[in-house]
Design a binder for this molecule. Structure first.
Ligand code: TMP
Length: 234
């Protein structure tokens, strides 16, 4: 497969065309941002960790029946994926109070929840990815009802699979963000699953092993990313 022109550059990844019309190459960067790009930095080695970790988890999810964009890892930072049309939604699952939920609701971080929460944000940096609900999705035709049924079904199933998988590695999956795309008429999981997009707490010590170390200046940022990839891939 030939890597052709750059199609897009996001905050953490670049996307390139290839000589296959239905395939693009994702290249993971070490750039890190937080608070809608207000805080900027570099997390050395992050691109490699996120590429490997995301691919490992996408393969696991495929085996468990979740369709994903994953095709093939090409190098430490590059992966071939299906060229999907991304739904303009961030799909967030919360197992415990943290982050913007804690802030919005005044509930201490770490508080257990009586049920798993599914929430949506509208993917729009200029608007600051505002919180929306399923009526917004329908009213603005961001996705069809049928597509949203799939998104919901996959999101809860992914939570079950990943929560169990991480627990086995001594890590609690506190919350995470997913993005889905359309590929040949079907909904598939896209983007990435990594310490950038999940909150991951060590079960024994409660230590944060995710991007909150960068967001909150907790130190040992690189170490946390390396620790996660080590637990996943040995
Ligand atoms: P939040 O508590 O800040 O809303 O974040 C919920 C989850 O989503 C958390 O695991 C981090 C992830 N996330 C992203 O992947 N990208 C984002 O831009 C934001 C704000 C959160």
């Amino acid at each position: 497969m030939k890597k052709l022109e750059q199609l897009y550059e996001g905050k953490a990844k670049k996307v390139f065309a290839t000589d296959h019309a239905n395939t693009v190459i994702i290249e993971y960067k070490d750039d890190a941002t937080a608070f809608n790009g207000l805080k900027k930095g570099t997390i050395s080695g992050k691109g490699v960790v996120n590429n490997k970790m995301s691919n490992h988890l996408f393969k696991l999810l495929e085996e468990k029946g979740i369709p994903t964009h994953y095709i093939e890892q090409l190098s430490d930072r590059e992966t071939a994926v299906k060229r999907v049309e991304i739904l303009p939604l961030e799909v967030i699952i919360r197992n415990r109070a943290a982050g913007s939920f804690s802030k919005r609701m005044g509930v201490a971080e770490g508080t257990p929840l009586h049920c798993v929460i599914l929430e949506y944000s509208y993917k729009d940096d200029e608007l600051g990815d505002p919180f929306i609900n399923s009526y917004y999705v329908r009213a603005l035709q961001l996705a069809s009802d049928q597509e949203m049924e799939k998104v919901k079904e996959y999101a809860f199933r992914i939570n079950e699979i990943l929560s169990a998988y991480f627990l086995n590695l001594g890590v609690e999956l506190i919350d995470f963000k997913l993005e889905f795309g359309r590929f040949q008429g079907e909904i598939v999981l896209a983007d990435e699953i990594s310490p950038d997009t999940c909150r991951l707490w060590d079960v024994k010590t409660g230590k944060k092993l995710d991007k909150d170390r960068f967001r909150q200046d907790l130190g040992q940022v690189e170490e946390a990313y390396q620790e996660m990839v080590k637990r996943l891939l040995g």
